[in-house]
Design a protein around this ligand. Structure first.
Ligand SMILES: NC(=O)c1ccc[n+]([C@@H]2O[C@H](COP(=O)([O-])OP(=O)(O)OC[C@H]3O[C@@H](n4cnc5c(N)ncnc54)[C@H](OP(=O)(O)O)[C@@H]3O)[C@@H](O)[C@H]2O)c1
Length: 247
C-alpha cells in the first residue's frame, strides 16, 4: 500500500491518478490551492476508494514556494508518512498568448519550471529522509525539442525534464526513484478548445500507464506510449528538415 501526496489531483490527469490509487487501496493526500476544489475532490475519492482507504487534503500553491514545506509536512502527518509524491500541477497557454502577455509568460515559466523544481527539492529531502521513495513529475513531450507552437512552454518543460533526469542519476542509488512523465496531447481542461492532433489520449489511460511506471520505477514514461516513437523521430530530425516541415 502506497501513501501518496499528489499536487494537482483536483483535475485532469492528476485526478485520474488519484482515483486509480484509492480504487486499489492506496492512501492519498491531495495538495492544492483551492479549499472548495480540494473538498469536492476528497469526497469524490472517498466515494470511490477501496474499504479502509484514507484521503486527506492540504493547501499548497505552486505560485507560493513558502507553502511547499508546510504542505509536505502536513501530508506526512495526515498519512503517517508518505512514500510517493506525484506532481501534475502546471500551467499551459498557447505560444501566441505567451508572446502577447509577458507577465503570464513569466508566471508560467516560474510555476512550470522554477517552482516545480523547488517543490521537488523539498519532496526529495523528505523522501530521502525516509530512506526511499518515488517522485513522479509531469513534464511534456513539448520539452523534447524546440518547436514553433511551444517555444516558451516547451522551454520550461525541457528544463524540468533535464532536472528530473539529473535527479534520477544522482539519487536512485540512494533510494529515490524519479519518474518523469511526458504526455503528448491529452483531453483535459488544459487542452479544451485546442484542435485535437493525432494520437490524442485520455486521462484515465495515462493514469494507468503512470501508476504502472511508478510501481516499476520506470524513469521516463511517454503517454500515450506512441509518443515515444513520435518524439524519437522528431528529435532525430535535422534543423533544416524541421524548418521545411513547418515545426
Ligand atoms: N493535457 C495535456 O495535453 C498535457 C500534455 C503534456 C503535458 N501536460 C502536463 O501534464 C500536467 C497535467 O496536465 P492536465 O492536462 O491534467 O492539467 P489540468 O487538467 O489543467 O490540471 C492542472 C492541475 O494543476 C493544478 N494547478 C494549477 N496551478 C496550480 C498552482 N499554482 N498551485 C497548485 N495547483 C495548481 C490545478 O488545480 P486547480 O484545481 O486549483 O485549478 C489542477 O489540479 C501538467 O504539468 C501539464 O503541463 C499536459
Amino acid at each position: 500500500m502506497r501513501r501518496v501526496a499528489i499536487l494537482g489531483g483536483t483535475r485532469g490527469m492528476g485526478r485520474s491518478i488519484a482515483r486509480r490509487f484509492v480504487e486499489r487501496g492506496d492512501w492519498v493526500v491531495l495538495l492544492g490551492r483551492d479549499e472548495d476544489e480540494l473538498g469536492r475532490s476528497k469526497a469524490d475519492l472517498e466515494a470511490r476508494g477501496a474499504p479502509g482507504v484514507r484521503v486527506a487534503t492540504t493547501r499548497c500553491d505552486l505560485e507560493h514556494p513558502e507553502s511547499f514545506r508546510p504542505a509536505l509536512e502536513a501530508a506526512e502527518q495526515l498519512l503517517e508518512g508518505i512514500d510517493t509524491v506525484v506532481v501534475t500541477a502546471g500551467l499551459f497557454a498557447t505560444q501566441e498568448k505567451l508572446e502577447q502577455d509577458p507577465v503570464f509568460a513569466q508566471k508560467l515559466l516560474t510555476v512550470d519550471f522554477a517552482n516545480t523544481v523547488v517543490f521537488c527539492e523539498e519532496a526529495r529531502k523528505k523522501l530521502l529522509l525516509r530512506g526511499k521513495g518515488t517522485l513522479c513529475v509531469f513534464s511534456s513531450v513539448a520539452g523534447d525539442r524546440g518547436r514553433k507552437p511551444v517555444v516558451i512552454y516547451g522551454a520550461a518543460k525541457a528544463g524540468l525534464s533535464a532536472y528530473l533526469e539529473g535527479l534520477d542519476h544522482k539519487y536512485r542509488s540512494q533510494g529515490l526513484v524519479t519518474v518523469c512523465v511526458k504526455p503528448g496531447f491529452v483531453h483535459t481542461g488544459m487542452t479544451s478548445g485546442l484542435p485535437t492532433p493525432p494520437f490524442a489520449g485520455e486521462p484515465d489511460d495515462v493514469a494507468q500507464a503512470v501508476i504502472e511506471a511508478i510501481d516499476a520505477g520506470t524513469p521516463v514514461v511517454y503517454a500515450p506510449a506512441i509518443w515515444r516513437a513520435v518524439m524519437t523521430a522528431i528529435k532525430a530530425m535535422p534543423r533544416f528538415v524541421m524548418r521545411r516541415a513547418g515545426f
